[in-house]
Design a protein around this ligand. Sequence first.
Ligand code: HEC
Length: 257
Amino acid sequence: MRKFLLAAAAAFILPTLVSGAPAFAAEEVKPMHREWNFNGLLGKFDKQQLQRGFQVYKEVCASCHSLNFISFRNLESIGYSEDQVKVIAAEYQITDGPDENGDMFQRPGRPSDHIPHPFANDQLARASNGGALPPDLSLMTKAREDGPNYVYSLMLGYKDAPNGFELNPGMSYNEFFPGHQIAMPQQITDDRVTYADGTKASADQIAQDVVAFLHWAAEPKLEVRHATGIRVMLFAFLFTVLAYFYKRRLWARLEKH
Ligand code: HEC
């Protein structure tokens, strides 16, 4: 009996210690799974999709979330021309300075500027979001396990809370958020944006596009990495073949003697 009690205690306490959450907490739901065109050894980004994703970020997410690691000129690598980037940058007001009187001032954005923060500071960001801080999205798809699938699912995971679920005021129910209560209201619905390239903006399409864009933001060099990987593998393969023939020649000679 004592052994049984000990085992039972261990079964509950150990997972709690390891995961930091009580073992009996609501089970986490696995995210929905998509085949992303940027995954896999030959994975590539679709620039058209990245531009749509940027449009979604700009029109929907940027009012709450920063994208610290991206400057406007980085957008050239998703297919915008230098002139287009200048126009995009100039739509933003950047705080610069101090000027000779010691005052900060506003000026239109330049390609070398980073995309500005939506809030002057974290306190203001929290105060505007019921106490929760909208995290920076630059590395989000890498920071979360199975990131692209998780963010995609999170975007589409809003539902009415099931009967008996106590939702705190100002919170939304989301199937895929740990604990299911999230301070971010639903953002993506059908036709939330009107795409510049004419693509039909279903909620699913918008979610895919913004995830692709965020994944590019988290790993702009993904294609270079994949190409290097392929070259390394080709080299290793050729090297193996050469080593094999060299070995055969060497042994052929040795066996003759
Ligand atoms: C009105 C403000 C607001 C907008 C607009 C908004 N978010 Fe959020 N978002 C938040 C807040 C607040 C949180 C923190 C939620 C929490 O901790 O409960 C959050 C959290 C997140 C998270 C992190 C979830 C996690 O696992 O911690 C992701 C990813 C996210 N938002 C993506 C987006 C995307 C993509 C968009 C645009 C399509 C967007 N958000 C638009 C306020 C916003």
